[in-house]
Write a protein that binds this ligand. Structure first.
Ligand code: NAP
Length: 245
C-alpha cells in the first residue's frame, strides 16, 4: 500500500533540507526520482538517491521566474508524484517589508507552485492518476511575525491545495499538503541560530524539540502512495504538536 515502485516523483528544491530528505525517503519507498534544483549542483543528493538503486535525473530551473515554468515543465517525462517543496522566506517588519521581497516570495512559493501543478496536473488528469503534495507551513494557519509575504504565500498554498483537490479528486488526482512545524534547515537558520529565539520556540513545541527534515518522510510517502487514494485537499501537520497547543 505504501510502495512507490514503478512511480516517478519530482521533488522541487531537492538539494537541501526538507526537499532532500523527502526525495531520499520517496526513493527508499521505491520511487524513481527527478531532482529539481535552482542550479545544476545536485551531485550529492543524486549520488545518495542512486545508492538506493533507483533511477534519477535532474531538472534545473530558477523558479523566481514563474513564467518560465510551463515551457520547462513540457520537457519533463511522465511524473506520477509532484512535491512542491522549493521555497524562500524574507523577514522584515510589515511596515517596512519591501514590495520586491513580498513579490519575490509570492513568485517562488505560490505562482511557481500553481504553474507547475497546473502543467503536471493536466497530464495527470489525462492519465487518470497522480499525486501532488504541497509543502505548506504553520503560517498556512497562523500570522507569524515579520513574514507578511511568506504568510500570504503559504495561506495561498493551503487554498490552492483545496481548490485543486476539489476539481481533480474525481479524476484520480489527489492534491494534499504537508504543513511542517519548526524544522531545522536553512529556512529557519535565523531562528535556531539565535539562542533566545530558539529556546522560546522549543518551549512551545509539545514534543520538546525542533523537527528534523526526516520527520516529514512518513507523511510524504503516505501522501505519495495508494494509502492516501481517498485523501483529498488535506493539510497534514507534522509539527510536534505545535498546532494542538
Ligand atoms: P531550504 O533548505 O532553504 O530549502 C529550500 C529549497 O528551495 C532549496 O533547495 C532551494 O534551492 C530551493 N529554492 C529556493 N529558491 C528557489 C528558486 N528561485 N528556484 C528554484 N529553487 C529554489 O529550506 P527548507 O526548510 O528545506 O524549505 C523547504 C520548504 O519547506 C519550503 O517551501 C519552506 O517554506 C517549507 N517549510 C519549511 C519549514 C521549516 O521549519 N524549515 C517550515 C514550514 C515550511 P537552492 O538551495 O539552490 O537555493
Amino acid at each position: 500500500m505504501f510502495s512507490l515502485e514503478g512511480r516517478t516523483a519530482l521533488v522541487t528544491g531537492a538539494r537541501t533540507g526538507i526537499g532532500r530528505a523527502v526525495a531520499l525517503g520517496l526513493a527508499a519507498a521505491g520511487a524513481d526520482l527527478v531532482l529539481h534544483g535552482r542550479d545544476d549542483d545536485l551531485g550529492e543528493v543524486e549520488s545518495e538517491v542512486r545508492r538506493t538503486g533507483r533511477r534519477v535525473s535532474r531538472w534545473v530551473l530558477d523558479l523566481s521566474d514563474p513564467a518560465a515554468v510551463p515551457e520547462a515543465a513540457a520537457r519533463l517525462g511522465p511524473i506520477d508524484v509532484l512535491v512542491n517543496n522549493a521555497g524562500i522566506i524574507r523577514r522584515a517588519p510589515a511596515a517596512e517589508h519591501p514590495y520586491a521581497s513580498f513579490r519575490e516570495v509570492l513568485d517562488v512559493n505560490l505562482d511557481a507552485v500553481f504553474l507547475l501543478s497546473q502543467a503536471l496536473g493536466a497530464r495527470m488528469l489525462a492519465r487518470g492518476s497522480g499525486k501532488i503534495i504541497m509543502i505548506a507551513s504553520m503560517l498556512s494557519y497562523q500570522g507569524g511575525v515579520n513574514v507578511a509575504g511568506y504568510t500570504s504565500a503559504k495561506h495561498g498554498v493551503a487554498g490552492l491545495t483545496k481548490a485543486l483537490a476539489c476539481e481533480w479528486a474525481g479524476s484520480g488526482v489527489q492534491v494534499n499538503a504537508i504543513a511542517p512545524g519548526y524544522i531545522r534547515t536553512g529556512n529557519t537558520e535565523r531562528l535556531w541560530d539565535d539562542p533566545a529565539r530558539e529556546a522560546e520556540i522549543r518551549s512551545r513545541i509539545p514534543a520538546g524539540r525542533w523537527g528534523r527534515p526526516e520527520d516529514l518522510v512518513g507523511a510524504a510517502v503516505f501522501l505519495a502512495s495508494a494509502a492516501s487514494d481517498y485523501v483529498n485537499g488535506h493539510l497534514l501537520a507534522v509539527d510536534g504538536g505545535w498546532l494542538a497547543r
